[in-house]
Design a protein around this ligand. Structure first.
Ligand code: ATP
Ligand code: MG
Ligand code: FE
Length: 334
């Protein structure tokens, strides 16, 4: 089964062809990062315009690299939400046009289902499993008993992890997106600054990062008033230590309580080296029988191979979208 995936939910125009939901035949990503950098974040109008300019080229490139033609495809999978509505529409309309023109089934995919299914491109899913989704817009613990059945057991009450990274990076004068820069500085510094950990109520798998973010901003502000300098490496390391400790602790607690066979890491922040290392070490020590799957960096950030992988599973389950498929900026996962 060959599936073409299309992803345009944010600032990456992406298309990919995946075989049997597991093998990547092509994975093309056109990033607009440079165009948004001077604004310090993604500008929706600019994103839509770039998607319009890139989408046809990116899809053609993905088909060529995979050496398949449209008659070989069993389905076209496209991110239908959540994301920026104008950006999503470019992908959804391209997918609908191609599905209609070539008579190929269309499958709408939830962007976060895609991030989770990036793991299928690495290792086969074993149920029940727990996915820690950490991205620019989401921080969730998702429990799955079977394919494409998602139960959100915990989520952020304010900022997403990636959002917190980007805001703290901005306060440290680092370029957008700041996550990778903080990660790099954190490797070089020591977590010497005392910052809070938001555990919330006993037994809760929810997250909160706004208090941590405020604590960082206040610490930087107070130091500045006193004319002192804070070493950005130490601040990055201290911030990352707090984020990683909370994320790993709650993930392990949930994995134990739900007796899962596998833990998956998903989303852009899954590229974080501190998180990858800490989760790996703690899983080995505290849950040695449970498999940890972490996608390579290129499959953690937005891409279309993950959308094709999730789309293939939905296709096998008989899910189809019709040509009335619309972009839904706040599409729910469950
Ligand atoms: P969503 O998937 O929730 O819709 P998104 O698609 O914008 O949001 P992703 O592309 O999945 O988010 O991830 C981007 C985020 O990942 C950014 O906030 C970025 O700073 C963060 N990020 C990327 N690499 C790292 C890293 N090494 N450490 C920490 N954060 C990182
Ligand atoms: Mg992105
Ligand atoms: Fe994403």
């Amino acid at each position: 089964v060959y599936v073409l995936g299309i992803e345009t939910s944010c600032d990456e125009t992406a298309a990919a062809v995946v075989k049997n939901g597991r093998a990547i035949l092509s994975n093309v990503v056109a990033s607009q990062m440079e165009s948004h950098r001077r604004f310090g974040g993604v500008v929706p109008e600019i994103a839509s315009r770039h998607h319009v300019e890139q989408i046809t080229l990116v899809i053609e490139e993905a088909m060529q690299q995979a050496k398949v033609s449209f008659t070989d495809l069993q389905a076209i999978a496209v991110t239908a939400g959540p994301g920026l509505v104008g950006a999503l529409l470019v992908g959804v309309n391209a997918a609908k046009a191609l599905a209609f023109a070539h008579g190929i089934p269309l499958v709408g995919v939830h962007h976060i289902a895609g991030h989770i299914y990036a793991n299928q491109l690495v290792s086969e899913m074993k149920f029940p499993l727990l996915a820690l989704v950490v991205s620019g817009g989401h921080t969730e613990l998702v429990y799955m008993e079977e394919h494409v059945k998602f139960k959100v057991i915990g989520e952020t009450r304010d900022d997403a992890a990636g959002e917190a990274y980007d805001k703290v990076a901005r306060a440290l004068g680092l370029p957008y997106p700041g996550g990778p820069h903080i990660d790099r500085l954190a490797q070089e510094g020591e977590p010497t600054i005392d910052l809070p950990r938001a555990w919330l109520e006993e037994g809760s798998y929810d997250f909160s990062f706004s208090g941590l973010k405020s604590a960082v901003l206040n610490t930087l502000h107070r130091a500045k008033q006193r004319g002192e300098e804070i070493d950005p490496k130490q601040m990055a390391a201290s911030f990352q230590a707090s984020v990683v400790e909370v994320l790993t602790t709650k993930t392990l607690q949930a994995a134990k309580q739900y007796r899962v066979r596998q833990v998956l890491l998903a989303g852009g922040v899954a590229a974080n080296r501190g998180l990858r290392t800490a989760l790996g070490e703690r899983m080995r020590q505290e849950l040695p029988g449970v498999e940890l799957v972490i996608p390579p960096l290129s499959l953690c950030t937005d891409n279309a191979a993950m959308i094709a992988a999730a789309g293939t599973m939905l296709y096998w389950q008989g899910r189809r979208s019709d040509l009335a498929l619309n972009a839904d900026p706040s599409l729910p996962l469950a």
